[in-house]
Design a binder for this molecule. Sequence first.
Ligand SMILES: [Zn+2]
Length: 410
Amino acid sequence: MRQFRFDPRGIRFLLYPEPRIRADFDAPRLVRANARPGSVAPGPAGRRMYVIDALNKDPYRDPATGDYLWRPPYPRHKPRVDSVRPNARGHFDSVVPGTREFSSAAVFASVAAVLQVWEHYLGRRVRWSIPGRQRRLELIPRVSKLGDNAWSGDGYVEFGFAGRRPSQPYCENFDVVAHEVGHQILKRVIGRAPEGRREFEHRSHEEAGADLVSLVGELHFDRVVTRVLEQTKGKLFSVNLLSQIGEYRRGRSGRRAARLAFHDKTLADVARARKDGDKHTYAQPFLGAAFDILVEIYEDHLVRRGLISGDLARRSTRTSGARNPAIRREFAKRFRLNPDGFAEVLREATADFAGLLALAWRKTRRTGASFSRVAANMLAADATLNRGRYRQLIGRAFRRRRIVPRLRRP
Ligand SMILES: [Zn+2]
């Protein structure tokens, strides 16, 4: 699958490609929106979305129940901070990190980046699915009354603060923004959840899918690719920056932790979550399987490029992942010889993985979004895109999670 690259002629923005919530988060980085300099108005406001830095805003939905209290657009007479203006050349990268202007510009840039990446793999424009007359997505970067939360709903996305701390706006965490945009994209591509017995699994899949939208988005920043590989020495079956992105959840202990894509959970382990209606926990086996598929595609590319041996790839499995120091050392040795080659391979694997997901999700519109059906759709997508090159590894990854790829219930 052809890789996506940002258009070097697009409008310049700054954003934090790595979760800013991490202690070792990196400096902000340049990103390009695919629009002509000068074509994005103060706000920022473009043709498909606009930012409003509302002041003292009540959330559109009740953070406890999710019920709508009111709806966008945010009325003109309500209080807000002045729009962020582009610089004289039409770019937005002169904003200063740590200011409200930075939040506004970064949230716009993050949404634009996710959208560009996914439209490339989907092979089509994504129009927001917004009921009513509104056409553009409204982005509200700072809603303190939302608390420790980020929400996406009909025609809007809005963000609270990690730990309710003013210094930790969620809107500056690319992965959180991408997750919320992921919900919007999936609603458009797959459709809204049906009512009845299929609703829960559809919503669970959407949570996993939103994390995958985010993961793929993140991997389109060269800086993230470099850092992940340096951190893991090329061995991605481990707990790392990639396996921890998405939406942050407070655990039972009350401590906040990113959802983890690297784990052993099967559907049997999360049966309880289904009874409790906990869609995030129930999504874990699907997310874990998808993460394994990405890593195995990456290792497959490494072998084909001669960067690691087939024998090392066979021994490197999810279970030997973080625990086997010998395998880690072997990876580190190979990685040191050609770090740029590993980075290229990770970008290629990401493109193949994103292509599979995109086509599988398009097929899911017809089949419905149970885990089994999406898994079957990934196999079908692989047959179309790669003549079944990844058939075995995809089937294996899902079956390990007790997800059986099939289109019809027996
Ligand atoms: Zn979500």
